[in-house]
Design a protein around this ligand. Structure first.
Ligand code: UD1
Length: 349
């Protein structure tokens, strides 16, 4: 029986939502995060939401000795790996940092795992590995495409590394979860996305416009081959996404092996449709400016989520309304993210 799960990057946006779902499902949860791009306040909030205790270590996955100690002490049954650098634009400017950090930490993690006998890993991959997809909706059989940035290439390379590790040791269970566009926040408004500086992604940017922190939304291109000319994406509520990890753990426990799943809703929304939905959620008109296309963006990307439904018994429940509602609720309650709150000081080690 899998009882104890280690979440690498557990203090981050997605990691913290995964911790909530794990605790809710009765798993002992160990979160490990270097807090490079996250706050330990989220860890306290996870405990507040669930009414359960979580173990948190502030540690860096590049520090093999420290990570080994944690694994020897905790002996997790599985790892959910969502630690890593994740800003597309920054990765173009700092490719070495992205390759070094994301690939090395994954390899050191796998080395520690095999040395300490933990042989189950779920990896946070991305729809970005499909590049400009060869077919829409995207199934897991769709070939990987040409990726336009180093961040996306680290995702694709890590998928390959884990695939090869599994091929060499069939007992090393691997699940690659290809996230579409996670947005929203926990309905409590206690945890959510806390981008540093100017948000790169659409919904965090809209959220800051909605609370008056920024003036207008910049729409990157309205001349794509889509119904209204703006980019179409498969937005998924972060709580649904987090629940997908619990379903993946159950699959891994039952069948092992190497498996790949798309986590999305299967529905595409354009930039303008998302803005309209957000306006409804916040009850305000939001100013928009049409800008040129952003380099590297594609026109349309949404998945066929049937495989996850069939094999994981998982499907997204929330729609775009709930995604916008919960994003706005979080942003209203935490206009400066976690920044304004005291450090939680619940670190071990
Ligand atoms: C991006 C990354 C993806 C990554 C994900 C993380 C690329 C090619 N992909 O997805 O690898 O996993 O972020 O969340 O960069 N848009 C605007 N105005 C904005 C911001 C975005 O119009 O201020 C548009 C974009 O052109 C796109 C859509 O909104 O059509 C969604 O953009 P975004 O939220 O940045 O996500 P992706 O680019 O799909």
């Amino acid at each position: 029986m899998m009882k104890k799960i280690l979440v690498a990057g557990g203090a981050g946006y997605i990691g913290s939502h995964i911790c909530v779902e794990l605790l809710n499902e009765g798993y002992e949860t160990v979160s490990v995060d270097n807090l490079y791009n996250s706050s330990d306040v989220s860890m306290k909030r996870v405990e507040e939401i669930t009414g359960k205790k979580l173990k948190f270590y502030r540690a860096d996955f590049l520090m093999e000795d420290v990570i080994t100690d944690i694994f020897e002490k905790e002996r997790p049954d599985a790892v959910i790996m969502c630690a890593g650098y994740k800003a597309v634009g920054e990765s173009v400017v700092k490719p070495l940092e992205y390759y070094y950090n994301n690939l090395t930490s994954l390899m050191l993690l796998c080395d520690v795992m095999r040395k300490t006998g933990c042989k189950n890993i779920i990896f946070s991959s991305s729809a970005t590995v499909y590049g400009d997809p060869a077919e829409i909706p995207i199934t897991e059989d769709c070939p990987k495409g040409e990726i336009t940035n180093p961040y996306g290439r680290t995702k694709s390379m890590i998928e390959q590394i884990l695939t090869d590790i599994h091929a060499a040791d069939r007992d090393f269970g691997v699940i690659l979860l290809r996230y579409f566009n996670p947005i929203g926040a926990h309905p409590s408004g206690l945890i959510g996305e806390d981008p540093e500086g100017i948000p790169n992604n659409l919904v965090p940017y809209i959220a800051q416009v909605a609370i008056g922190k920024r003036e207008a939304i910049h729409v990157f291109g309205n001349d794509y081959d889509t119904p209204d000319g703006t980019g179409v994406r498969d937005y998924i509520h972060v709580v649904d996404l987090a629940k997908g990890h619990v379903s993946a753990l159950r699959k891994m426990e039952k069948d092992g092996g190497l498996n790949i799943y798309n986590l999305g809703t299967g529905k595409g929304y354009s930039v303008l449709e998302v803005i309209d939905a957000y306006e409804k959620a916040c009850g305000k008109k939001l100013k928009r400016i049409i800008d040129p296309r952003r380099p590297g963006d594609i026109a349309c990307c949404y998945c066929d989520p049937a495989k996850a439904k069939r094999e994981l018994n998982w499907e997204a429940r929330y729609g775009i309304e709930e995604m916008c509602r919960d994003s706005y609720n979080w942003q209203m309650k935490n206009p400066d993210g976690y920044g304004a709150f005291e450090h939680a000081k619940i670190c071990f080690s």
